[in-house]
Design a protein around this ligand. Structure first.
Ligand code: 2P0
Length: 329
């Protein structure tokens, strides 16, 4: 039995769009923060008596596509380890200690935890970089959760054999805070994968997004290295807004926001006018993630908690990468 834990991550420089669908290569570079405080814990037990893999998520048996993706991840580990013959079947039990509807990319922590637990259970001996590469092929953002702190996922080039995320600086480098303003308890309408494909195929703004993203990514990377929130924040907002503008211009347009999303964005900008440095970013869903300094977090949380329609605020900070927490047998 092998058990691993991994955290979700939030991109400061957004990934949106694939260079190559088959190999799931991102069209643009992204930079994320891995978050402490929320985790997916996944246990992999090999069981020769099973006819097929069994996958249990948050206490319920999962069939169909979710189970196929779990099997796919384990198959990739088995093949990469150079194993001959069929892969032993596995019982995989996964649980999130945060609501999956919180818009916190539970697939990122899920596949990162599965990669680490699967690597140990199959005794594959793969390092974090190879596991990041394999997880990225299944869900690009999960390649980033293999590592802690501030993490870069480069854009892919056609024909890339290997593309893994890379740790930039550890969580101790900069104690940024991320406040997640949860604006609805509902699930998002269009998943990221299909949303990206629709954007690339139909949005007249897509070329501009792909051309402009690398420069924004560089600004964000430099600001993180310099711990310069006043330089980071505007570039983070622009990355999120450019991603959403591109998606909104798809056919049909991808509108991930609700009314409360907009209210929170305006509230963040009012806070800045009042001298509190806060900046927003938004993923493929209606929640708003607010980046600020640790010293300002309580005041900003109090103000955002007062925005009509905000259900609750989740406080997050930089955390560790995916890791094995227990291994027996
Ligand atoms: C990101 N997102 O950089 C961007 C911003 C959502 C918005 O990475 O198709 O679920 O499985 O590679 O990893 C979510 O994308 O997509 C994502 P696939 P994934 O965080």
């Amino acid at each position: 039995m092998s058990r691993a834990a991994a955290h979700p991550n939030i991109a400061l420089a957004k990934y949106w769009g694939k260079r190559d669908y088959g190999h799931n290569l991102p069209a643009v570079p992204s930079l994320s923060v891995t978050l402490a405080g929320m985790a997916t814990t996944t246990t992999v037990d090999l069981d020769e008596s099973l006819e097929a893999d069994v996958f249990e998520l948050d206490g319920a048996l999962a069939e169909g596509r979710p189970r196929e993706r779990v099997s796919d991840m384990l198959d990739r580990i088995h093949r990469r380890a150079g194993r001959q013959g069929p892969r032993p079947r596995a019982r995989v039990v996964s649980a999130n200690d945060f609501p999956t509807a919180a818009g916190l990319a539970s697939s990122a922590s899920a596949f990162a935890a599965l990669a680490v637990a699967g690597n140990a259970a199959l005794d594959a001996g793969l390092d974090a970089s190879v596991l990041s590469h394999l997880a990225r092929e299944v869900s690009a953002s999960s390649g980033r959760s293999l590592f802690g702190g501030y993490v870069v996922l480069p854009a892919g080039q056609p024909g890339d054999e290997m593309l893994a995320a890379e740790p930039l600086v550890g969580p101790e480098h900069w104690d940024l805070r991320l406040l997640v303003a949860v604006t609805t308890e509902g699930e998002k309408a269009v998943g990221s994968t299909s949303g990206m494909i629709r954007t690339a195929e139909t949005s007249p703004l897509y070329r501009g997004w792909v051309d402009g993203a690398p420069a924004l990514f560089e600004q964000i990377k430099e600001a993180v290295l310099a711990r310069d929130l006043s330089a980071l924040g505007p570039a983070v907002e622009q990355s999120a807004l450019a991603m959403h503008a591109t998606a909104i211009a798809a056919a049909p347009g991808l509108l991930y926001w609700n009314g409360v999303t907009l209210e929170v964005m305006h509230a963040v900008r009012r806070l800045r006018e009042d001298g509190l440095e806060a900046y927003f970013t938004i993923d493929a869903g209606p929640h708003v993630k607010v980046v600020c300094r640790a010293a300002d977090a309580s005041a900003i949380a109090e103000a955002l908690g007062g925005v009509l329609g905000v259900r609750r605020l989740i406080h997050a900070e930089p955390g560790e990468g995916a890791r094995l927490v227990e291994a027996t047998g």
